[in-house]
Design a binder for this molecule. Structure first.
Ligand SMILES: [Cu+2]
Length: 159
C-alpha cells in the first residue's frame, strides 16, 4: 500500500515537472503575433560592464500584405533605433534607418551584420538568461510586445 502511494507521488512529481518544463520552453520560444505578422527567434546579448548599447535581433514572418517596422521601444533603454549594417567604401558601418520593410508573404531577418535593433543609453546591464521587454510598432499591424532572451554568447560584440 505504501509502495503504491509512493509511486503515485512520484508520478505526480513527474507530471508536475513535465508541466514546468513545458512552461519554461514555451516562454523561451519568445514569439508573438500581431495581425499577419509573427515575431520569432528574438534575442539580444549580455552586456559588458559599462556597455551603453546593445543590438537586438529577431525574425519577422509576414502572412499578409506588406508592412513596415517603424519604431521600437523598451523600458530598459533610453532609445531603441532601427539600424542596418552597410558597406561605406571598404568599411562596414551601421546607420539608422527610418523603417524596415516586411514584404508581403515574406520574411525579414534582423541579424548580426544586417538589419538590427539598437538599444541605446541602457538603464542597466543586460544579464544572460534574463529577458528584455521590447515593443515593436508596425505601420499597419500596430504594436506588439515581446520579451527578448539575453544570450551570453558573443559577449562584448554589439552586432
Ligand atoms: Cu547598430
Amino acid at each position: 500500500m505504501i509502495k503504491s502511494n509512493q509511486s503515485l507521488v512520484l508520478k505526480m512529481l513527474v507530471s508536475t515537472f513535465g508541466a514546468v518544463f513545458f512552461l519554461v520552453s514555451s516562454v523561451s520560444a519568445q514569439s508573438a503575433k500581431v495581425g499577419g505578422l509573427e515575431i520569432e527567434d528574438a534575442f539580444t546579448r549580455a552586456t559588458a560592464p559599462g556597455q551603453q548599447v546593445a543590438g537586438g535581433f529577431l525574425k519577422i514572418e509576414n502572412k499578409g500584405a506588406a508592412d513596415q517596422l517603424i519604431s521600437a521601444s523598451s523600458p530598459v533603454a533610453g532609445e531603441v533605433q532601427l539600424h542596418e549594417m552597410a558597406m561605406e567604401g571598404n568599411v562596414m558601418k551601421m546607420r539608422q534607418v527610418k523603417d524596415i520593410t516586411v514584404p508581403a508573404n515574406g520574411v525579414v531577418q534582423l541579424k548580426p551584420g544586417g538589419y538590427h535593433l539598437m538599444f541605446l543609453n541602457l538603464k542597466g546591464p543586460f544579464v544572460a538568461d534574463q529577458t528584455v521587454p521590447l515593443k515593436l510598432k508596425f505601420a499597419k499591424a500596430g504594436e506588439v510586445e515581446i520579451k527578448m532572451p539575453v544570450k551570453v554568447m558573443g559577449q562584448g560584440k554589439m552586432h
